[in-house]
Design a protein around this ligand. Structure first.
Ligand SMILES: Cc1cc2nc3c(=O)[nH]c(=O)nc-3n(C[C@H](O)[C@H](O)[C@H](O)COP(=O)(O)OP(=O)(O)OC[C@H]3O[C@@H](n4cnc5c(N)ncnc54)[C@H](O)[C@@H]3O)c2cc1C
Length: 348
């Protein structure tokens, strides 16, 4: 069986890797970096939209652990709110059975001695962070890749997919997966499949490298912050970026990056902080904010499009590859996937 995956971001890469593990021949097409290149990379279940979504994100963390590559399990410290807000967030997560601990005072300062910390924070020990592009490349290393080529159409005959069309010609396949992020709706529309998306641009800032100053993902009132293995600090320019519902970025990226740098400097006063890269990308967010995963259009065609794609890539890879390769889902897998079928957006 031959599977073509359209999109080589973190979602397409994870599906490609798992479809290969199921024994399919896999070809990945990609037309340049998408959201994955500007992603913060936090793998978490502490941000969620309802219990099903929480369970999927939790399964996402477990799937990354099974995969055993890509994620550094740093844990996260969260103090977006203080007082009653922090307590309510902790109680809600504890009520769902999440591993959450309140850390305060000296214990908190010992965890992050170089960071200006508040009195109290929540610690999510099970969370981590991936370097999204490096991880996507690693997951794609055992499949055939075609880069810099845009898939123009998915071809089909007699109700079943036959392959994809590019400016360079046709390539035949038994299965086609649309994991093209914001490029997905236009491909699916040609098949009569509607995938309405929100417009959710985000800006990520990366600093010059400094010596190690933090070990967790920090979820601060000004935005998430993390330091990578090379010493660069990463932060989005909007607070609460996973729930950021701005539809436009109206300020210059240099202005936004300067503000983010000032915020980081106050958080980590011991080193001179300067930014070296500001990245703008549209998050791929289906209209209801929830993932899309499953069969779409002609037999043999599938779609996988979602925000929090770094958190969800490993579980999306497992679930989608099982479906694509005709492997029976367990009841638990079927229940995880059920709310996210693409046909929820089809009218009539
Ligand atoms: C600022 C920001 C911060 C984020 N932070 C987090 C976070 O902390 N945690 C988290 O879990 N998620 C986060 N996300 C979301 C996450 O990064 C995305 O959900 C994820 O990267 C989506 O991956 P993808 O593979 O679906 O899409 P993409 O990375 O966009 O990849 C799709 C690829 O398909 C290609 N493509 C499109 N159309 C075609 C075509 N016709 N032919 C060939 N190729 C095509 C594109 O060029 C692109 O390379 C963040 C996103 C942003 C922008």
């Amino acid at each position: 069986m031959k599977t073509i995956i359209i999109g080589g971001g973190i979602i397409g890469a994870a599906i490609a890797h798992q479809a290969r593990a199921h024994g399919s021949e896999v070809v990945s097409f990609d037309n340049g970096p998408g959201a994955t290149a500007a992603s913060f990379g936090w793998v978490n279940a502490s941000f969620f939209l309802g219990e099903n979504h929480f369970r999927l994100r939790q399964a996402g963390i477990e799937a990354w652990r099974r995969l055993g590559v890509g994620v550094s399990w740093t844990g996260a410290l969260c103090w977006e709110e203080q007082g009653a807000g922090l307590e309510a967030q902790g109680d809600a997560l504890e009520g769902l059975g999440y591993d959450v601990e309140v850390v305060a005072g000296e214990a908190l300062r010992r965890l992050e001695p170089h960071v200006v910390t508040p009195e109290r924070a929540l610690r999510f020990a099970v969370e981590g962070v991936a370097e999204p592009m490096a991880t996507a490349h690693r997951l794609l290393c055992d499949v055939t890749r075609i880069s810099g080529v845009r898939v123009e159409a998915i071809t089909h005959r007699g109700g079943a997919v036959t392959g994809v069309q590019t400016a360079q010609g046709h390539m035949a396949a038994d299965r086609v997966v649309v994991a093209a992020g914001n490029g997905s709706p236009v491909l699916l529309e040609q098949l009569g499949v509607a995938l309405p998306m929100l417009r959710r641009p985000g800006v990520m800032v990366r600093t010059h490298a400094v010596p190690p100053v933090m070990s967790h993902v920090l979820v601060t009132p000004g935005g998430e912050v993390r330091q990578d293995a090379d010493g660069h600090i990463w932060t989005p320019t909007a607070a609460n970026h996973q729930a950021d519902d701005s539809t436009e970025v109206t300020r210059g990226l240099d202005d936004l990056a300067n503000d983010a740098t000032a915020r980081l400097q106050a958080l980590v006063p011991g080193h001179d902080i300067a930014w070296d890269h500001a990245m703008l990308a549209d998050r791929p967010v289906p209209e209801d904010g929830l993932p899309v995963m499953g069969a779409a259009g002609p037999t043999g065609c599938y779609a996988a499009v979602m925000h929090s794609g770094v958190t969800l890539a490993a579980i999306a890879g497992e679930l989608m590859a099982a479906v694509i390769c005709d492997t029976a889902l367990t009841n638990e897998q079927a229940a995880l996937m059920a709310p996210y079928a693409p046909d929820r957006f089809q009218s009539g």
